[in-house]
Design a protein around this ligand. Structure first.
Ligand SMILES: [Zn+2]
Length: 431
């Protein structure tokens, strides 16, 4: 057994209390062995956490990570126009190599911001899986299906691809990769495809992930065509099971909140994307009170425009208070829970908790910064004051992915250079 000790840190435990402790890890099993004092002496390797907060690694519950190549490419438009005029034409030009380098750029950003697990919906998934395997993160991956505007054969092939990818890659990268069947949304995938493929996804034993109730324009067509709210329609299609999770859930009514709570289906709240695209304010406090499992996600870099989960946590708290018209809504403890265990539970990856026997996924945050002084309440600092650049070390599955801000699994300079070239070439092709 090879062991790693993270020494002398302030450790954020599962009950959100903080204790000074060393954390001992079995690197072969990727598991936490023990929290205690003086565990560094006998460990094979140590990671200094003095003056730092050791937290569970952050979990980004909804992302399109390769969209880093489109960061800043098109801004300041509503969802529908932004997708149709800018994003979809550019994505139509993306090659598998573009997706690989865009993913690597995004994974660098995730690691440098303390994120150890994420859920991703995109295409050219084999390239994404290869990058995840190399980078050392945990991920739930899927191929996003869009059938509107496509003829029958092409649309069926897209759905078939999503199913095959979900079957083939589940358990890849020594189990760090899991998968899901991923229809893009309830309005961009025709009901005939859901009726055909959702039962097949169930048979394959993979969860289903899709965008739901993101904008009012996504709600009205379902109500008009099927005479029911989108999540009632989703339930009827068999897409509201405990392992499933939806992104956004902005325009959900009380009946839909109850449906989510009863079904045990997770919701990934994406506050920055919802604000930037003026999609609306998700009723996060209300969903949490009803017992819905809520996690956080950045969505793609083109609608955020970064992949920092600490930014997302702060945005979730601020927007949650505005949405509820109540300063006590979505408090610091709630966002820290959503940032870690909430997201992990929603997307169904074992992570997000710092306790014996749990997966060894951590972020170590430098507290010796002006904006984190004084240390009255470290949960408050995590929710409201810490930044991605404060993350010193990132560990996933027992492996050190970043030590003292240096990413060990990817060559940062080379990835940035390749991403610059790919983005420049892409922009030239789209013009
Ligand atoms: Zn999305």
């Amino acid at each position: 057994m090879t062991t790693l000790a993270i020494t002398d840190g302030q450790v954020l435990q599962s009950d959100l209390t903080v204790t000074t402790a060393d954390v001992l890890i079995d690197q072969d099993a990727g598991e936490i062995l023990e929290l205690g004092s003086d565990l560094g002496a006998d460990a094979d390797e140590t990671l200094d956490a003095a003056g730092s907060l050791v937290t569970p690694g952050f979990v980004n519950g909804h992302c399109h990570v390769a969209m880093t190549l489109l960061r800043g490419y098109a801004d300041d438009k509503p969802l529908d126009a932004w997708l149709q005029e800018d994003i979809w034409p550019a994505e139509g030009e993306l090659t598998p190599e573009d997706v690989r380098v865009g993913t690597e750029l995004g994974l660098l950003e995730l690691i440098k911001a303390g994120t150890t697990a994420f859920a991703d919906m995109y295409f050219h998934v084999p390239e994404i899986a290869a990058a995840v395997e190399e980078a050392g993160l945990r991920a739930r991956l899927g191929h996003g299906i869009v059938t509107v505007g496509k003829d029958g054969d092409v649309a069926r092939e897209d759905a078939q691809t999503s199913l095959e990818i979900a079957r083939e890659y589940d358990g890849a990268a020594d189990g760090r990769i899991s998968t899901a069947f991923m229809p893009h949304s309830l309005t961009t995938v025709g009901d005939e495809y859901l009726e055909e493929f959702v039962p097949e996804a169930r048979e394959a034993g993979v969860p289903i992930h899709y965008h739901a109730n993101e904008t009012t324009e996504e709600v009205a067509p379902i109500v008009d065509e099927y005479g029911q709210r989108p999540l009632a329609y989703a339930a009827e299609q068999g897409m509201l099971e405990p392992e499933d999770f939806v992104a956004h859930g902005v325009h959900v009514d009380e009946t839909e909140i109850d449906l989510l709570a009863e079904a045990g289906t997770g919701v990934i709240h994406c506050p920055a994307s919802n604000m930037k695209l003026a999609s609306g304010m998700a009723p996060v406090q209300r969903m949490r009170e009803a017992g819905v499992t809520v996690g956080l996600g950045t969505d793609g870099a083109a609608s955020n425009n970064d992949l920092s989960m600490l930014d997302e946590a702060r945005d979730a708290a601020m927007l949650g208070k505005l949405a509820a018209d109540d300063a006590s809504a979505v408090p610091a403890e709630a966002v820290v829970e959503m940032l870690t265990a909430g997201s992990a539970d929603a997307i169904g990856v074992e992570s997000g908790r710092l306790e014996e026997g749990a997966p060894a996924d951590f972020a170590v945050i430098d507290l010796e910064q002006p904006h984190l002084t004084p240390p009255h309440d470290l949960v408050s600092h995590l929710a409201y004051a810490a930044a991605a650049s404060d993350v010193r070390h990132t560990v996933c599955d027992g492996e050190v992915l970043m030590r003292d801000r240096e990413v060990l699994t990817l060559d940062e300079a080379a990835v940035r250079q390749r991403a610059l070239e790919a983005a420049e070439s892409l922009a030239a092709r789209v013009e």
